[in-house]
Design a protein around this ligand. Structure first.
Ligand code: ACM
Length: 263
C-alpha cells in the first residue's frame, strides 16, 4: 500500500520564500509516502515575459527550495513531486521534480507548453521515464500534458502505476478527462492543482482548484473544492494498476495494434 496525496494552495506570485515556508509548514506533520504539489508552486505562473521567468527560475543544484524539500523528505521519510521553474544555462523549463530523503531523484521537463508558456519556457527535451518510489512505479507529467493521451500511454507502457500530475489548470476539462486517461491505462493519477489567481500588471489569471485523485477504473477517490486550501492524503494499492485486463479476453497493453497506428 502507498499513502499518496496532494497539497492544493494559492501561491503568491514571485514570493518564493513565502510559498516555500507555507509548503514546509503545511507538510511538516504529514505522514505519507508521496505528496504531489501543483505546477510552479514557488514562483507562481503568470509571468510577464521570458526575462521574468529567467529571473525567478533556478537550477535545482544549490536551490534552497530543493534543499528544504529534501530536508522535509528526510524528516518525514517521504517523497515529494513538485512543479519547479528550472533554469539550465540560457534555457528555462516548466519542470516537475521527484525529491526524496536522498535528494533530487528525477527531473521531468514539461513537453507540451500551454498558451503563453511558449513565450516563457523552452519545451521539454528529455524522454518520459518512470521512477520507483517504495516499490511502486511512478510517472510524472505537468498540467496540459493531460490532453495528449500519448504521455500517459508512454508512461503506462513503461509500467507506471501512479501518475503524479502537478497542475495550474485554468479550464475545466482535465478532471473528467483524467477519468478516461485512468480507464484507458488502468493507472492511478494524482492531479495537484492550485487555486486563486495571479494578479499582474498585464492581467489576471484564475486557477480552478478541484485537485483530484483518480483510480484505475476511472473512479474519483477524492476531488477538492475549487477555491479551498486542501491537504489530502489517502492509501492506495498500486498493484491494482498492474492488472490491465478490461474483460477476461482483453488486455489493454497486449491488445494494442501499433502496426496500424500511424501517429
Ligand atoms: C497548464 O498547462 N498550466 C494549463
Amino acid at each position: 500500500m502507498l499513502r499518496v496525496g496532494y497539497y492544493q494552495f494559492r501561491p503568491a506570485f514571485g514570493q518564493k520564500k513565502k510559498n516555500l515556508l507555507r509548503v514546509i509548514n503545511t507538510l511538516h506533520a504529514v505522514t505519507a509516502d508521496l505528496i504531489v504539489l501543483p505546477e510552479l508552486p514557488f514562483t507562481g505562473y503568470y509571468f510577464q515575459d521570458r526575462q521574468e521567468t529567467m529571473l525567478l527560475s533556478e537550477e535545482p543544484s544549490g536551490s534552497t527550495i530543493v534543499e528544504a524539500l529534501t530536508a522535509l523528505c528526510k524528516e518525514r521519510n517521504c517523497y515529494v513531486v513538485t512543479g519547479f521553474a528550472e533554469r539550465a544555462l540560457d534555457k528555462c523549463f516548466n519542470s516537475a521534480l521527484l525529491i526524496g530523503p536522498e535528494g533530487l531523484l528525477h527531473t521531468y521537463r514539461k513537453l507540451h507548453l500551454f498558451s503563453e508558456e511558449k513565450n516563457w519556457f523552452d519545451p521539454g527535451d528529455n524522454a518520459l521515464q518512470v521512477q520507483t518510489v517504495r516499490g511502486a512505479k511512478i510517472g510524472m507529467m505537468v498540467c496540459f500534458d493531460w490532453i495528449f493521451p500519448e504521455v500517459m500511454r508512454t508512461l503506462a507502457l513503461q509500467g507506471a502505476q501512479v501518475i503524479c500530475h502537478p497542475s495550474n489548470l485554468v479550464m475545466n476539462y482535465c478532471q473528467d478527462a483524467m477519468r478516461t486517461r485512468c480507464i484507458e491505462n488502468m493507472v492511478y493519477a494524482v492531479t495537484a492543482n492550485r487555486f486563486g489567481s495571479d494578479k499582474r500588471p498585464h492581467g489576471e489569471l484564475k486557477f480552478t482548484g478541484q485537485s483530484q485523485i483518480t483510480a484505475p477504473k476511472g473512479v474519483v477517490i477524492h476531488k477538492a473544492l475549487p477555491q479551498r486550501e486542501t491537504l489530502f492524503i489517502t492509501e492506495i494499492d498500486p498493484d491494482t494498476a498492474l492488472n490491465k485486463k478490461i474483460t477476461a479476453l482483453n488486455d489493454l497493453h497486449k491488445d494494442r495494434r501499433p502496426d496500424f497506428y500511424t501517429l
